[in-house]
Design a protein around this ligand. Structure first.
Ligand code: ZN
Ligand code: FE
Length: 282
């Protein structure tokens, strides 16, 4: 089902509130986040109309199965973003238990346990009367993909982007990772973003060293601290919020480049320097 007309404008407080309830006004899906392993986020998206439920990545079969039982949902598909163990560990057990279909990145399909279908850029997956688009986002791993539901302005970005941070460059070059982040940054500002890890508080400690005078960042760091005190997840975020606060998405912005003394550098070079600094950050 494709929605017509303007979307309601959401404030950040609306985002936080809706994120915790797992329901956004006007959206037909219910979204559930379970933190597993250390800070992996298991994201379930349920469509009450069709009864379908998808998991974006499967960090922990037990935790996801327990959550499905609590919710009374039947898992119909797992959509893997990349081949790292903390994202595919639950694939085989969940498939055995539920008979779900497993979809994963064509670029590293051989490393995705129990995969049924491999997808790449431009491929689509039917879900709950709408369509999930696949975006190739190399850098963290070279095969990494992102799943996006344009009709609902939703994106599931795995380990490419985190709130206030981004994934480590495990296989790719900085240029590839920057290209992938720029691709996400170009999505509509109101896109609601679910990430593979809830590590926002750690990311914020580094981000404020890069842009100590960014007031949007300072406000976000305070918000994240408050959420953590209440034991609540710090995601989802939005593309607009990350554009204002995430140093890795801001590598092309003059204010950030000036803040780190790289005013004349290319965005990809600024990004590479930020990633290097973060890797060395205690
Ligand atoms: Zn990973
Ligand atoms: Fe991961």
């Amino acid at each position: 089902m494709t929605k017509q007309g303007p979307r309601p404008r959401r404030t950040n407080a609306d985002l936080v509130e809706s994120g915790h309830r797992g329901y956004f006004p006007g959206m037909p899906f219910i979204i559930d986040q379970t933190i597993c392993r250390t800070d992996n986020v298991a994201v379930l998206v349920h469509d009450p109309a069709s009864g379908e439920t998808i998991a974006i990545d499967a960090p922990d079969a037990e935790a996801i199965a327990a959550r499905l039982r609590e919710r009374g949902w039947r898992l119909t598909a797992i959509l893997n973003t990349h081949r790292h163990h903390d994202h595919v560990a639950g694939n085989a057990a969940l498939k055995a238990a539920t008979g779900c279909t497993i979809v994963g990145p064509a670029g590293e399909a051989e490393a995705i346990p129990a995969i049924d279908g491999a997808v790449g850029e431009g491929d689509t997956i039917a879900f709950g009367g709408t369509t999930i688009d696949v975006l190739e986002t190399p850098g963290h791993t070279m095969g990494h993909i992102v799943y996006r539901i344009p009709s609902e302005n939703l994106a599931f970005v795995g380990d490419v982007m985190f709130s206030l941070g981004c994934g480590r460059i495990v296989e790719g070059a900085a240029e590839a990772m920057w290209g992938s982040l720029a691709k996400l940054a170009a999505l509509p500002r109101e896109t609601i973003v679910y990430c593979g890890h809830d590590n926002t508080a750690d990311n914020g400690r580094f981000a404020v060293t890069v842009e100590p005078h960014n007031i949007d960042l300072a406000a976000r760091v305070a918000e994240v601290a408050a959420l953590r005190r209440k034991g609540l997840p710090t995601t989802p975020t939005t593309i607009g919020q990350e554009q204002a606060t995430n140093p890795f998405l801001r590598a092309g912005k003059r204010r950030l480049r000036r803040a780190i003394g790289m005013e004349d550098a290319e965005p990809a070079a600024v990004f590479a320097e930020l990633r290097r600094r973060k890797d060395a950050f205690a």
